[in-house]
Design a protein around this ligand. Structure first.
Ligand SMILES: [Zn+2]
Length: 297
């Protein structure tokens, strides 16, 4: 049964017939420098609080989409399998509460039909699997199909040295192609409202998700647009494998979103869940109008 009082506390947004809920995928702190790549600290530190350790707060907001025909999870947070050393290294501030949040909505892990990781970094893929009673990782959502781009899965299976620091094999345990793993190559119209598309840029097989329903639209650009502070196409992060591609994709897509007032959904932002794209008053820069703010815990 749905507990409406509790459900109301999870931030949400309706795009036509699709309801989006933001789930708590864990909070970490990371060095602010790499999160803004080539941008000097004197500029980025005006936008976000920086600690004495140079770290900034990073949310990992998994999303649940309820469409008329499917229940879909986009990205999965840091998961609950990190060792103490890893938790210390990534300054975990708040544990992964994704399953509790799903329960708060009156759902169970069996209800989820699809899981769409934007890419395979641990902060997005950590919750794809959970340890069973014997401590062995198994898929968190037993009845779901997990959808990866072909190029991304190739790196998961055979990571280069840099990817290996963030693509942890335990996060993909039990995913089998043709069974619970669907490999796509480019676009996939998953439901009438939800389309997956290859973006590349942050990682070679990074994917984005567009939602269109009843004239309303939203887009999830994953780590190509991790927070509201990354709207400037040149504000890219040092973890991008192909930063010039990130810049090109943002330059290509953002004006269209501003024209249509598309909602931009954010995974790593600590203040807002989403913002409505629009053009700035006096130039063609893309900014945000209305926002959905995070509810304070
Ligand atoms: Zn990330």
């Amino acid at each position: 049964m749905k507990d409406l009082d509790i459900q109301d506390k999870l931030p949400s947004l309706k795009i036509g017939e699709v309801e989006i809920f933001w789930l708590d995928g864990g909070k970490i702190r990371l060095d602010g420098g790499p999160m803004f790549g080539p941008v000097p600290k004197v500029l980025w530190s005006k936008k976000i609080e920086v600690g004495d350790d140079n770290c900034i707060a990073i949310d990992n907001s998994a999303m649940l989409l309820l469409t008329p025909t499917a229940k879909i999870i986009i990205d999965s947070g840091i998961g609950n399998k990190m060792t103490e050393k890893q938790q210390e290294h990534f300054h975990v501030q708040q544990p992964w509460r994704l399953l509790e949040d799903i329960k708060r909505l009156g759902l169970t892990i069996d209800d989820i039909n699809f899981v769409i990781p934007t890419h395979a970094d641990f902060d997005h893929a950590g919750g794809l699997t959970c340890n069973d009673n014997n401590g062995n990782p198994i898929p968190t959502f037993p009845k779901a199909q997990y959808i990866f781009q072909k190029k991304e899965w190739k790196v998961v299976k055979n990571p280069d040295r840099r990817s290996a620091t963030s693509y942890w094999p335990e996060n993909f345990a039990g995913l089998k192609e043709g069974d619970n793993l669907k490999i796509i190559n480019g676009d996939l119209q998953l439901t009438p409202e939800v389309k997956i598309f290859l973006t590349g840029g942050h990682t070679i097989g990074h994917q984005g998700i567009e939602i269109n329903s009843q004239g309303e639209s939203a887009v999830h650009l994953g780590d190509l647009l991790p927070s509201q502070n990354h709207l400037n196409p040149l504000w890219v992060i040092a973890y991008d494998d192909y930063p010039m591609e990130v810049i090109a994709v943002k330059e290509r897509l953002l004006p269209g979103y501003a024209r249509r007032n598309t909602w931009i959904l954010f995974y790593h932002d600590t203040e807002i869940c989403a913002g409505r794209a629009q053009f700035a008053k006096d130039n063609q820069d893309v900014t945000l109008g209305a926002t959905i703010n995070k509810t304070k815990p």
